[in-house]
Unconditional design. Sequence first.
Length: 354
Amino acid sequence: MPKKKKIKIVGISLFSGCGGLDMGCHLAKIPVIAAIDNDKDCLETLRLNAIFKHTKIYQADLSTFSSSAIRTLLKQSKPSKFIIIGGPPCQPFSKASYWVGHKRRKGVNDPRNLIGVFFKFIKKLKPDGFLFENVESIMHPKHKEIVPSIISHVESLGYHHVLIRANALDYGVPQRRKRIFIIGSKREFSTTEPIKTHCPPEKCQETGLLPYESVKKFIGKYDMPRYFEKEENTANGTYGQELRQVPPGENYFALTEKSNYAKPKFKAGRRFWSFLLKLHPDQPSWTIAAQPGPWVGPFHWTSRRLRVPEIAAIQTFPENYKFFGNRRSIQKQIGNAVPVLMAKTMIEFLRQNL
């Protein structure tokens, strides 16, 4: 029998969710040997997918989870290198002083802050590299102390780092989705960001890159009766008639005086921008939300809510990827995930710099 090839690099996933980063890690040729989260439905989702059959899955509160279990797994797998990946939730963004700014607070080491929990594992396990992901609002001026505090802590732990302000569109994802990545390595980085593969269509001749992906290319196959979901129906809802009047690619503004609508239904600026927001088949999608309101888009261009396989495809999960839970839970899982192709690109970039 041929000798089994030794795995050289493995991944540890914290705050795993339904596996966006984890899938990206596998596609980047780094198997995830441990995934940890406290959401039961998310972990059942991981268990449903064969790619994680060799992954040790823990349902646990990471603020109290012991790193000794991970050390044991690492000893068993004996990799030459390992990385830690994760996108910790951080509710204190609206109350930044819960994390930094007060002299008596512990900054990134504050146990009440899940960013601090992520870096606690970096400090204890000393991986060869790590990938930290979070929402773009972490860079907002009202949170201006957060990122410098993270970077200061990363440097104190002996890691080189790059900070990447990324848009999923640039990496083949059919969705406008901005995220922040802080990527760390014990080695110096040879470049400051991954190579982009896509760009606005008008710049393709100049850059030689591919045009941004259209949403129809990814979800068009699901616009068939056999994929029908009862939750998609909007016809008899409060704003079902108004939704049908919104052209593809537009929102409720189309029904206001500002757009010269004959009998305005709404006043511009009085609603969330994503109210009655409808996809255009030939353009990328807007950001898929985890917990959208009943009339918050994006909606399908045929004036229905998106189906589960459609929101999964917009997040670039594989077509055969399975999700556990009711519709509300699955929407939340997918909406909270990192788009798989975006994750793959970022983790490949980390791998190149280990």
